[in-house]
Design a binder for this molecule. Structure first.
Ligand code: G6Q
Length: 541
């Protein structure tokens, strides 16, 4: 496999970095009045301002050469064609088929998957209409008023993020809860507020073997059965899975199961039946709009030249910072309270996809890969960690996300929110010089250095018209494809996650010890902690 670090395109970027690194964004802007129009891109109501990045036209040209060197366009085509690009799991990565609105077939192993996708969507539509209209009744004849999604990782983060993001599109008399953690407190505190007669549980698990989900589902089932009896289960439990046998073994009828397929990666699954809570919240039509937004981004990513390609350009600028500036962090800062879970969602999408030190062919990487991603909604973050973003020693490239309109404009708040969004990227890019500090008015000399802002801190601004289902679909697909493009450049498989296995295996080994089984050999720290836990555990009454 080609080592991207040893290519002429990489060497050209390394040499170019020496020219660009000392330059300040203040100069890049003052020398070039055409910078903003040239470094902005737009697609269907999603506007991307790249101009506050530490790049020149030459940087972008060289980065695109790097993408060609890494074969990005060809590998993108292979993903859309359903080739098994997830080599370690021998699977296709076809989340794009789940939102394919083109009418064209998508083939996996010689089989067109689109009729299967359409059939599940149709069943989801009918089920969601029934629940939302009150035709679907609980065992005691009452309509559903609360939906509890039990799932974790990819079977939780996408739905919880999207249901929150699109809350104004949901009926006010249907509450949504998400239980993921095996910590019984999560389920306990959720059930406290619920009436079993009006509660619907969705057990969401691709494998239907995940410890956390199975434990939470079994406890929730016991709670329901204790209150309403065994016969109530089919009116209050549905499953989303690829494992029909596992669902049957749990005691759920096939009619209550919504399927998907092994070519849907967990963290790419919100478009599949895993999105059932989203469809219950916003209804089938708006769920279709979300799929359409993602499809528009797919078509753009698949067909637009690298020069105009939004996901590819975001990816390349990220590579520029990680590999050439050596900045290992990335912040995602939505100026939209309803995107509060978007950074957590992206943390999984990005860090589980590209947090790898071995390339797809099993050889070690020779450069840094995925950054540490974090974020919080603005303006809350401003009153918390932005100090470090402005004046700290690490430079943290950041994506700022905002919508020109709020779906629920309230009390004139939105212009205040937008002013903060705009002010922060301005402050990060341009900072405040000593001269500006002094000119602003009398300031004690000892405070001058504290009031200086270095600036030159790069940001992308992503502006939506409003956060509606279509825009959310576009936004999520934008990041999915950004992540994939970076994985291709680094030569890693963005679709597996072997790094989460070891902890699971060790936990399975430790659990019997905590239940009173014989001590197993561990390192001194782990054995000591097990003894301490056992000493402090309350004895069962
Ligand atoms: C995502 C990962 C992982 C997965 C969870 C839940 O890409 O594979 O986060 O989604 O481990 O798995 P199940 O859906 O099988 O319960």
């Amino acid at each position: 496999m080609k080592d991207i670090v040893r290519t002429p395109a990489w060497a050209a970027l390394a040499a170019h970095h020496r020219d660009v690194a000392p330059r300040h964004l203040r100069d890049l802007f003052s020398e070039d009045p055409g910078r903003f129009p040239r470094l902005t891109l737009e697609l269907d109501g999603l506007f991307l301002d790249l101009s506050k990045n530490r790049v020149t036209d030459e940087t972008l040209r060289l980065l695109r050469d790097l993408a060609r060197e890494a074969n990005v366009p060809a590998i993108v085509a292979r993903m859309f064609a359903g080739e098994k690009i997830n080599l370690t799991e021998d699977r296709a990565a076809l989340h794009t088929a789940l939102r394919n609105r083109s009418g064209n077939p998508v083939m996996v192993d010689g089989h067109d998957v689109m009729p299967d996708v359409e059939a599940v969507l149709k069943r989801m539509d009918a089920f969601c209409d029934a629940v939302r209209s009150g035709t679907w009744r609980g065992a005691s004849g009452q309509p559903i008023r609360a939906v509890v999604n039990i799932g974790i990782g990819g079977s939780d983060l996408g739905p919880v993020m999207a249901v929150q993001a699109l809350a104004p599109f949901a009926p006010p008399d249907l509450a949504f809860h998400f239980v993921s953690n095996v910590d019984g407190a999560h389920l306990h505190d959720t059930l406290l507020r619920l009436d079993p007669a009006t509660t619907l549980f969705i057990v969401a698990s691709k494998t239907f073997t995940t410890q956390e989900t199975m434990a939470n589902a079994a406890t929730a089932r016991a709670w329901l059965v204790a209150k309403l009896g065994e016969d109530a289960v089919p009116r209050h439990f549905v499953a989303v899975s690829t494992n029909a046998k596992g669902v049957a073994a749990f005691g759920m009828a096939e009619a209550n199961m919504f399927g998907f397929w092994d070519w849907v990666g967990g963290r790419y699954s919100l478009w599949s039946a895993i999105g059932l809570p989203i469809m219950l919240a916003i209804g089938p039509e708006r769920f279709g709009e979300m799929l359409a937004g993602a499809h528009a981004m797919d078509e753009h990513f698949r067909t637009a030249p690298l020069e105009q390609n939004l996901p590819a350009t975001l990816a390349l600028i990220g590579v520029w910072y990680v590999n050439f500036f050596g900045w290992p962090h990335h912040a995602v800062l939505p100026y939209e309270q309803r995107l509060a879970r978007f950074p957590a969602y992206l943390q999984q999408a990005d860090m589980e996809s590209n947090g790898k030190c071995v390339r797809a062919d099993g050889t070690p990487v020779t450069c840094a890969t995925g950054p540490v991603l974090f974020g919080e909604p603005g303006t809350n973050g401003q009153h918390a960690f932005y100090q470090l973003l402005h004046q700290g020693t690490p430079v943290v490239p950041a994506d700022f996300i905002a919508a020109a309109n709020s779906v629920t404009e309230t009390g004139g708040h939105h212009p205040m929110l937008l002013a903060n969004f705009l002010a922060q990227t301005e402050a990060l890019a341009f900072g405040r010089t000593i001269i500006e500090v002094v000119e602003e008015g009398p300031v004690p000399p000892r405070l001058v250095p504290h009031k200086v802002f270095p600036g030159n801190r790069p940001t992308n601004s992503i502006l939506l018209r409003r956060l509606d289902p279509y825009a959310l679909g576009m936004l999520v697909a934008l990041y999915e494809h950004k992540i994939f493009t970076q994985g291709v450049i680094w030569g890693i498989n963005s679709f597996d996650q072997w790094g989460v296995e070891l902890g699971k295996t060790l936990a399975n080994r430790i659990l019997p010890e905590l239940l009173g089984g014989a001590a197993q050999p561990h390192d001194a720290s782990t054995s000591g902690l097990i003894r301490q836990v056992m000493a402090w555990r309350d004895k069962p009454a």
